[in-house]
Design a protein around this ligand. Structure first.
Ligand code: 13P
Ligand code: SF4
Length: 413
């Protein structure tokens, strides 16, 4: 195991005391904000995240031997363990990933590793659940910190979605409505989707998923869960729909806050959910960066609000964002609207290009940041001792139907 020479192994993002003076953040045009420390997350927070303290003794965050310990444990485990790392993970953690990717690529990779008996998922809870569903019964999936949830996924509970389906039944529209659920949802929501012959999608295949739902699957409308922005942006920009074709179902209001007529006439019933990270970007962020950076290309993720997407130059999934920046000639300038760990890494990888963060305040995904070196070392060293900690095991009945919806996504043309 070698530490990635490009990404290095500095742990600036994991060290509160130096966050404010990080030259990488200055370079991105990001002003340190008092909120940054809150967003990084400390301790467990049962009210807002999965909120589970890890049992056992975690190594100290300041232990200078964390990278050496992780490398030694990984070497001892050899091919028995495979580490998947989402692009939004911290630099020091991602240096230990065998494969990095967006949520679609990591789902494919999880399914393609039957020889590894343990998959360590450096990402968030819904990704680890999907990996458990897609891997074989002889494999285990470990999420180093169980508090690494996703606020968007938490915006659609199974009970709320069952209630929404009842509302569609009452309105007489359920039979020709197809559920299309973003990967960023719980296994229970994926199972709901499979039970109703829908599909999962990610930001890199949302258009193909909608084409399938309205085409081969024969749907008259789609119930899109749980990210309203990805659903709306894809429907309008990629399928040529209009705002009037979309309605927003609010799970906190009776009937979703919609009349039967609105449900019947809609092509897209968008769940009222959003990403708390990408949702922070505004039209004002785009205007400000255009005034500040000459000839800048504004490149954003489709989880951003509509006003941001319409003002941007390019829109696409995390893998798309990386490919655009990687392929651009030296001297190009980009303002990138996605998670800050990734934007910072892109800037470090391309010193010949100007790469700034789309917003002036620090904006990490606090739950992605939960996976840190102490938790990774703790999980790896436990495996070396023959113990499995923080295993993610989806209920078999839920997994059967969730797998049906995930397989449908993997089979999309
Ligand atoms: P992708 O990995 O599909 O780009 O999604 C972004 C995200 O928010 C993951 O949590
Ligand atoms: Fe969830 Fe947004 Fe964080 Fe992704 S970036 S894990 S969607 S909160």
């Amino acid at each position: 195991m070698t530490i990635n020479p490009v990404l290095g192994n500095d742990s600036v993002l994991g060290n509160d005391s130096v966050l404010g003076s990080d030259p990488g953040l200055d370079q991105l045009g990001v002003a340190p904000s008092p909120l940054a420390l809150l967003l990084l997350g400390r301790g467990s927070d049962p009210a807002s995240e999965r909120g589970v303290d890890c049992p056992g003794d975690l190594p100290a965050a300041a232990d200078p031997s964390l990278a050496t310990r992780a490398a030694a444990a990984k070497a001892a485990l050899g091919d028995r363990v495979f580490i998947l790392g989402h692009h939004y993970q911290r630099d020091d953690v991602i240096a230990f990933a065998d494969v990095t990717g967006d949520s679609f690529k990591l789902a494919q990779q999880a399914a393609a590793r039957p020889q590894a008996d343990t998959i360590i998922f450096c990402g968030v809870h819904f990704m680890a659940e999907s990996a458990d569903i897609l891997t074989g019964p002889h494999q285990r999936v470990v999420l180093p910190d169980l508090a690494a949830g996703c606020s968007m996924a938490d915006m659609a509970t199974a009970e709320q979605v069952e209630q929404a389906w009842d509302d569609l039944l009452d309105a007489g529209v359920a039979t020709d409505t197809v559920p299309v659920s973003y990967m960023n949802s719980s296994a229970a929501i994926k199972a709901f989707t499979g039970r109703h012959d829908g599909t999962i999608c990610t930001s890199s295949n949302a258009r193909r998923a909608l084409d399938w739902a309205f085409g081969e699957r024969g749907g008259a409308r789609v119930l899109f869960l749980p990210d309203q922005h990805l659903g709306r942006n894809t429907a309008i920009d990629e399928l040529g729909m209009t705002d009037a074709d979309c309605v927003v179902y609010d799970p906190r209001r009776p009937g979703g806050g919609l009349t039967h007529r609105q449900l019947r006439e809609a092509k897209m019933i968008l769940w009222r959910g959003h990403c708390s990270v990408h949702g922070r970007f505004t039209r004002a962020s785009v205007d400000e960066v255009r005034a500040r950076v000459p000839d800048v290309t504004v490149l954003v993720h489709p989880e951003c609000q509509r006003e941001v997407v319409t003002a941007a130059d390019l829109v696409g999934s995390t893998e798309y964002i990386i490919s655009v920046v990687d392929a651009a000639p030296a001297g190009s300038a980009f303002a990138v609207g996605t998670e800050l760990n990734l934007v910072r890494r892109l800037a470090l990888r391309h010193p010949d290009k100007t790469i700034v963060f789309l917003d002036r305040t620090v904006c990490f995904c606090s739950t992605m940041n939960r996976i840190d070196m102490p938790h990774l070392v703790w999980a790896l060293e436990a495996l070396v001792r023959g113990e499995t900690v923080n295993q993610i095991a989806v209920d078999p009945d839920v997994a059967t139907y969730a797998r049906k919806a995930l397989d449908q996504m993997l089979a999309l043309p």
